[in-house]
Design a protein around this ligand. Sequence first.
Ligand code: FES
Length: 291
Amino acid sequence: MSDQTSDQRKRKERGAEARIALAFGTSTLGAVGFAVVYVLGGQTQLEGAALAVAFGGLAAGLALWAAHLLPSGGYVEEHHGFSSGRHQQEKLAEQLDSSGGWRRRSLLGMLTVAVGSIAAAALFPLRSLLQPRGEDIVDALSTTPWRSGGLRLVDGHGEPVRVDDVTEDTILTVYPEGHPKAGDAPAFLVRLEPERFTTRPPGGVVADGVVAYSLLCTHAGCPVSLLVQGTSRLLCPCHQSAFDLLDAAKPVSGPAGRPLPGLPIFVDDDGYLRARGDFTAPPGPGFWSRP
Ligand code: FES
C-alpha cells in the first residue's frame, strides 16, 4: 500500500474517531440532562428529548465505529510459523505506542462513560418507586393538601373566593391556597337551592347554598367541567359520566362507579370560603374504586 493511500486512510479514521467521540459525548450530555430535569421536578417532553439524545448519540457512535473503524471484508493471511518475526514484533510495538492506539482507548473510555451515564440516569426514576421513609403510601395517595384544614379556596389566579362570587349557572374551579399545582386537589363550587336536594350533600359540603365537590371524575380522573343547564347535572367530557349534584353527586350514567367526593367548607368572618378538611373520600380514580 502506498504512503499516499495510507495517509488518506489515517485521515479518514481520524475524522471518524472525532465524529464517534462527538456522538458519545452528546449521549453523555443527554443522560445527564435527563437526570437533571428529573431531579428538578420532571417535564415529560424534556425528559423524552433528553433520553432520545442519550440513546441516539450512543447508537450513532456505535454505528460509526462499526462502519469506519472495524475491519470489513474477508482476509486471507499466509501463515509462516507460530512465532512472530522480529520485524512483526517491532511493528506491533510501534502500533501500540502510536497515537492511533491511544485514541481508540479514549473512544472506549468515552463509550464506557456514555453507557454508565445512561445507566445512572435510569436509577433516578427507579428511586420514585421507593416508598418515602415514614410515609404510608396509601395515606399519601388518598389524602390531599386540603387535609390541613382551614385553607382558603382560591381561583385559578390564586385569588381567594368569597361565597358571593359563586353563582347558580356556572361552576367555579378552586384550589387550596398555597397548593395551586396539587393534581389531586382541584374542586368546584356551584350554588344550588337547598330545597331542591333529593339527597342532602355529605357532611359540611354545603355552606350558604354553595356546594363543593372534587373536580376529578371518579372513572378515570378527567375534570368534570360541563354543567348541564337546568338539570344540576355535571357531565364528564371524557366518557360521558353524569353526576347529579342534587343527589349527593352520585353517578347517574356513564362508567363512573362512585359519587364525586365532597369538600367540607365554611364561610369565615370575612366572607371567604375555607375548607374544614379533606375530601369526604379519596378523589379521582384509584385502587379504592376497584371492587
Ligand atoms: S373519566 Fe369521566 S367518564 Fe371517564
